[in-house]
Design a protein around this ligand. Structure first.
Ligand code: NI
Ligand code: MN
Length: 227
């Protein structure tokens, strides 16, 4: 079975890979664009990129209900454990760990990270997943940075980049990011959740097609992509 990725809107993704269920940045119950609620998803692992509410919102409730392991930076893991999460795999930037579904590396992200209650949320990150059938790079919330070129050197099959602007890279910088990373395929995320991050994803995809070798995939929340 190839890896599948379902977009749950905003920065939230649900992966099925090698018989394992992996959730990234679950923000469902209060998200205007989520196709389902937190109670509807299953996970064995919940990856959290940073402490902002639109990434951690439903992490504790889902991880607790599903007995899932949270994978995040040390501070986010500690905060979620105080909320009742039993199992965590704390990491820090540049570090990687081998999990039953593949290798997870916490990559740089230029952003901020504070927990919803004001607690320190450590450094924000992205995730590089090395799975049986390919490599996926989730940039998560970040500005454009030149070291994306180093991440791309790993050979990325699928990159997920924010294009919303204002809080993260916008469309123009996300095109530059595609040039640095050189993924085979690229998906936009973190846009059209609210009016301040409204973007024309099709126009962005046209630029990616014209200016890079990557194949852009524009999908709606709820849709699934196969690696
Ligand atoms: Ni953020
Ligand atoms: Mn965000």
């Amino acid at each position: 079975m190839p890896t599948t990725m379902r977009w749950l809107g905003h920065g939230s993704w649900s992966l099925e890979t090698g018989g394992h269920k992996v959730l990234l940045d679950p923000f469902l119950d209060d998200s205007p664009s989520a196709p389902c609620k937190a109670a509807d998803v299953e996970a064995e692992f919940v990856l959290v990129s940073h402490g902002h509410f639109d990434h951690v919102a439903d992490a504790a409730s889902i991880a607790t209900r599903c007995d899932a392991t949270v994978v995040s930076n040390f501070e986010v893991c500690e905060w979620l454990q105080k909320k009742g999460v039993k199992s965590a795999q704390p990491m820090n930037l540049g570090g990687g760990i081998d999990l039953p579904f593949g290798r997870v590396q916490l990559t740089l992200a230029h952003h901020s990270s504070v927990m919803p209650d004001g607690a320190y949320g450590g450094n924000p990150g992205g995730f590089l997943l090395t799975l049986d059938d390919g490599k996926i790079y989730f940039a998560c919330d970040t500005a454009l940075f030149y070291d994306m070129k180093l991440i791309g050197a790993a050979g990325i099959d699928l990159a997920v980049l924010p294009i919303g602007d204002r809080f993260t890279m916008g469309p123009a910088d996300a095109v530059e990011a595609v040039k640095l990373i050189g993924p085979k395929r690229v998906l936009p995320a973190h846009y059209n959740t609210w009016p301040p991050i409204e973007q024309d994803a099709q126009a962005w995809a046209a630029r990616v097609k014209a200016e890079t070798k990557a194949e852009p995939l524009v999908i709606e929340p709820g849709a699934t992509v196969t690696l």
